[in-house]
Design a protein around this ligand. Structure first.
Ligand SMILES: Cc1cc2nc3c(=O)[nH]c(=O)nc-3n(C[C@H](O)[C@H](O)[C@H](O)COP(=O)(O)O)c2cc1C
Length: 251
């Protein structure tokens, strides 16, 4: 155990923040941490957009349907960025379409996601809190239009952060035996039996977004999450294609 691991094992999403700014030096340090993160073939195919404009914040919170998108002291959007390297390549006399395949897309997606998580560890180590905002993909086209994202870019995830004004419980996690395997994938004999304790534990967790009752059992949450479909989210490939990425599917 060390300080870093203690911070990581104490991770909780924070959705309510004190009215206290994150100072410029701290912010710069956090961006340096993101910049120092490993990057697939060192292409750094992601960018970060800091959203400070009040109107844009408001519109994003409507897209995300989450008020803290507007109120979090800092709001970042991590994006896949194939545009920058395509421009560099073009300036070197190559065609603009180099690098528009899905392998490059996923390199950028992974790069952006791990840079974001690296930043989250740093944020939490400084006594601040953060919340990921996958809700930015509720309407990825609207986010692209609002932030004027060029071709070969695509939103990955948003991040709201600042000084916590709430103290949530640690949210229960599934037992590691269900997630960590050796040499091959382990199919469980009875999935409901294997999560029985976890189902019970989840019923002891109160989400601060609705403190009137504990969360449902995990199995029930899975059913409602898998059943529910948001057409704009499930149709995400249409927007990725419109951004200029080429799926190169088999004929
Ligand atoms: C990719 C990703 C997207 C997420 N999107 C949202 C979101 O849009 N809004 C939100 O309030 N929390 C979001 N979260 C936070 C999760 O709800 C949270 O991590 C999960 O419930 C576990 O809780 P904990 O982080 O407090 O342990 C997201 C987390 C991840 C990793």
């Amino acid at each position: 155990m060390n300080k870093t691991i203690k911070v990581q094992l104490n991770h909780k999403s924070i959705r309510a923040f004190k009215d206290k700014k994150v100072d410029k030096d701290t912010l710069n340090t956090l961006f340096e941490v993101a910049n120092r993160t490993s990057s697939s073939v060192a292409m750094q195919s992601y960018s970060i957009i800091r959203i400070t404009d009040k109107e844009k914040r408001k519109k994003l919170s409507e897209i995300c349907n989450q008020p803290y998108v507007e109120t979090a002291p800092e709001l970042l959007l991590f994006i896949v960025d194939g545009f920058r390297n395509a421009k560099i390549s073009q300036a070197m006399g190559e065609g603009i379409n180099n690098g528009n395949d899905m392998d490059k897309f996923f390199q950028g997606f992974t790069d952006g996601a791990i840079a974001c998580q690296n930043m989250v560890v740093a944020i939490e180590s400084l006594g601040m809190g953060a919340v990921y905002l996958g809700s930015m993909l509720n309407d990825s086209q609207a986010v692209i239009d609002l932030l004027e994202l060029p071709e070969l870019t695509f939103p990955i995830v948003g991040l709201g952060f600042g000084y916590p004004d709430q103290a949530p419980q640690l949210k229960p996690r599934m037992d590691l035996s269900l997630k960590v395997f050796e040499n091959t994938y382990k199919i469980q004999d009875d999935y409901l039996e294997s999560i029985r304790e976890y189902d019970k534990e989840m019923k002891t967790y109160y989400d601060l977004r609705d403190t009137s009752k504990p969360l449902d059992e995990f199995s029930k949450q899975v059913v409602s999450r898998l059943k529910g479909e948001n057409k704009k989210r499930s149709g995400i490939l249409n927007v990725i294609g419109d951004q200029g990425f080429n799926f190169k599917l088999k004929d």
